[in-house]
Design a protein around this ligand. Structure first.
Ligand code: NI
Length: 269
């Protein structure tokens, strides 16, 4: 298998897992295709903790091995996160956006909870190309999830869901039947999908060269070691890129917008 085949297979697996947990993404995808659209992805996003055994860099390894190149770094002061994005020279492949929780900024109890999750992992599994598709590799009870989510919604999501796509993002620029991101948002709302309105439904402006919107993660019944609970899972995002002064589409991200989009998996609405 060449790199493109490897990556295509990886993204197919990620989509199958993501769309099964997140039926709204599947439904929206179908809705677009029914309009005659071919849906391409702008980026696929992953989360992790910065424990050195499983941090951002270890997640990026497989992507780099198959040709992804590191582009830009973003800091999220308030949410205590760091993120990087990676791009492949083959423009048909989505960008990869990986963030990590900066554990040292949390209490010793939170750090201990996270370390105990990571301690359960087989260190070899991290070396595999399918690291980012392994799902949740640890047992976690609801109380630990709840404690982590109270300290950081991001930390809670990660404890419950582990290594899989946190979200896929539709490349608006390849859609043909919508005049604006707002029109797309209106269609989704008319079909009953809830959008993340934190900081406005559309984050970013044409002047900033990137507009983004996203659904709110749907609630799913999710299994913990001590029973099933209803919690927010994954969301679907939409990105419209605008040309920069040189005429090329802006390739990066906007920290202030991404900061609000992270909230799409929050429990409190
Ligand atoms: Ni995103």
């Amino acid at each position: 298998m060449n790199s493109l085949q490897k990556l295509t297979e990886l993204f197919d697996r990620l989509w199958a897992d993501y769309s099964s947990i997140n039926p709204q993404a599947h439904a929206i995808h179908e809705l677009f295709e029914a309009r005659g659209e071919k849906v391409l992805n702008d980026h696929v996003a992953f989360r992790t903790y910065n424990d050195s055994r499983i941090n951002l860099e270890s997640m990026a390894k497989a992507f780099k091995k198959y040709g992804y190149v590191e582009k830009d770094t973003y800091h999220f002061e308030e949410k205590k996160l760091l993120a990087k994005y990676y791009q492949h020279e083959n423009a048909s492949l989505p960008k990869v956006f990986i963030s990590e929780l900066l554990m040292e900024n949390f209490s010793p109890d939170v750090q201990k909870d996270i370390k105990e999750l990571v301690n359960q992992m087989d260190p070899k599994s991290v070396e595999s190309d399918s690291f980012c598709t392994m799902g949740r590799p640890w047992k976690v009870d609801f109380e630990t999830y709840d404690r982590l989510a109270t300290a950081s919604e991001y930390a809670g999501w990660m404890a419950a869901f582990g290594f899989r796509a946190n979200h896929f993002t539709v490349d608006f620029n390849h859609l043909k039947t919508f005049k604006s991101l707002q029109e797309l948002n209106e269609l989704l709302k008319s079909k009953g999908f809830k959008l993340n309105a934190s900081g406005g439904e559309i984050k970013g402006t044409p002047a900033e060269c990137l507009e983004q919107s996203s659904t709110l993660a749907a609630q799913v019944d999710w299994e913990f070691s001590d029973g099933t609970h209803n919690i927010p899972a994954c969301y679907y995002e939409f990105a419209k890129r605008h040309p920069m002064k040189n005429g090329e589409l802006y390739p990066g991200f906007i920290a202030a917008s991404a900061d609000k989009i992270f909230e799409s998996t929050d429990r409190v609405r």
